[in-house]
Write a protein that binds this ligand. Structure first.
Ligand code: GLU
Length: 435
């Protein structure tokens, strides 16, 4: 079979989702810019291993429903697989594979001894009762049992899952082995071996990057927001990442003028009181109807003339269709893949400073790594220690990306990928090809 034929077979299998296509496009740009060994580039375009599982559960009404689940391990050259589990009605194999690829670059970029993986179930978690969610999580864990484990592949929360899902996964995996194995997942509740600061880590990292970006731009003599009361901010998504990012940047004294959830957003040109907004959100499970603000659509939020925009909800929200409306000066990608490749080019050509997802949202997996290490040693750190180490790793990753960006005179997105791929490339060449 010619290499051309096998190449198109792989594409056919993986490339149905925009997320995967975007990840490959970004990899191609990085590979061309850094003149990456062609064999390495080709290898990285397809995952190492993927498992598709059927997950049957009995619904509360007595009927049985079968859901489709996935776990994809993209690359495990640097260590065990690492990456979240997504519960979303549109999840599919290709999207999970694309997200696993991003995890590979993210873990490599921030220097973790971990590879990239991702999992998911095609389900709307909002339609599940607690009992159904538990049954689904436990049966899924059993189905992927053979490829996960503390030294194989370590899941974590992602869109639609949280610490409770991780607790059920940890319990299921442990019950099947006969003893407690906390290291099989991260993002666990503190009571069963979670790490202090893990819940806040992704949002914190997103904001650390904004602070680094402002300092970096100022050092280049560019007109730049100072991250004070004159700085305006909009946050898209008010979940595990967005709500924390909004609070962290609010606490730095900036004016957070708009936030949103999947139902819509709220806007106040004088700045929102984020602690009050959070209280309202926690009571009502939505921001809609918050009294001290005007309603705003998600699309209009993305187009606000703010200094800082943090898209923290989901992929593909800034595309070639709406990118011309985006006016922010700094964009920190809290979600994975919120800006499509075409839109990134448009923004970067207009001088918008983009902090790419693999850097901006790496705080989550960094503290996941700390949680895994603490669990393996049975020795736990204070939240101050966790935050200090997180800040250190984020600062050096930010510097690494900016250095690469200057070295190649490329965009930040390409620079982040080059920085990630470079370390991996060296490791892959050293390990060689078996057999
Ligand atoms: N789901 C998060 C991410 O996309 C965290 C993954 C992890 O902690 O393993 O980076």
């Amino acid at each position: 079979m010619s290499s051309h034929t096998s190449g198109s077979l792989s594409s056919h299998l993986w490339e149905s989702s925009d997320l995967y296509k975007n990840a490959v496009m970004q990899l191609n740009e990085a590979a061309t810019t850094m003149r990456l060994d062609r064999n390495i580039a080709e290898r990285l375009k397809v995952p190492k291993r993927a498992l598709i599982v059927s997950v049957p559960i009995r619904l509360d009404d007595g009927n049985i429903k079968v859901f489709e689940g996935y776990r994809v391990q993209h690359n495990m050259t640097l260590g065990p697989g690492k990456g979240g589990i997504r519960f979303h009605p549109e999840v599919n194999l290709s999207e999970v594979a694309g997200l696993a690829m991003l995890m590979t670059f993210k873990c490599s970029l921030v220097g973790l001894p971990l590879g990239g993986a991702k999992g998911g179930i095609r389900v709307d978690p909002r339609q599940l009762s607690r009992q159904e969610a538990q049954a689904l999580t436990r049966r899924y864990t059993t189905e992927i049992n053979m490829i996960i484990g503390p030294d194989k592949d370590i899941p974590a929360p992602d869109v639609g899952t949280d610490g409770q899902h991780m607790a059920w996964m940890m319990d299921t995996f442990s019950q099947e082995r006969g003893f407690a194995i906390p290291g099989v997942v991260t993002g666990k509740p503190i009571e069963i071996g979670g790490s202090l600061g893990r819940n806040e880590s992704t949002g914190r990292g997103v904001v650390y990057c904004v602070v680094h970006a402002a300092k970096h731009l100022a050092s280049l003599g560019k007109p730049t927001p100072k991250i004070d009361q004159t700085t305006t901010v909009a946050v898209h998504g008010f979940g595990k990442v967005g709500a924390v990012a909004a609070m962290e940047i609010y606490q730095l004294g900036t004016k957070v003028v708009a936030v949103s959830d999947y139902l819509g957003g709220i806007y106040n040109k004088n700045g929102l009181n984020i602690p009050k907004v959070t209280e309202y959100f926690n009571e009502n499970r939505t921001l809609v109807g918050y009294p001290e603000a005007e309603p705003i659509t998600n699309d209009d939020l993305l187009a606000l003339p703010v200094d800082v925009l943090m898209p923290c909800a989901i992929d593909g929200v800034i595309t070639k269709e709406n990118v011309s409306r985006v006016k922010a000066k700094i964009i920190s990608e809290g979600a994975n893949g919120p800006i499509t490749n075409e839109a990134i080019h448009d923004l970067e050509s207009r001088g918008v400073f983009i902090i790419p997802d693999v850097l901006a949202n790496a705080g989550g997996v960094i503290v996941s790594y700390f949680e895994w290490v603490q669990g393996l040693q049975n020795f736990f750190w204070s939240e101050a220690q966790v935050n200090e180490k997180l800040a250190e790793v984020m600062a050096s990753a930010f510097k690494k990306v900016v250095d690469v960006q200057q070295q190649y005179n490329c965009g930040m997105k390409t620079a982040a990928l080059i920085a990630g791929v470079d370390r991996l490339n060296k490791a892959m060449l050293l390990r060689g090809l078996f057999p």
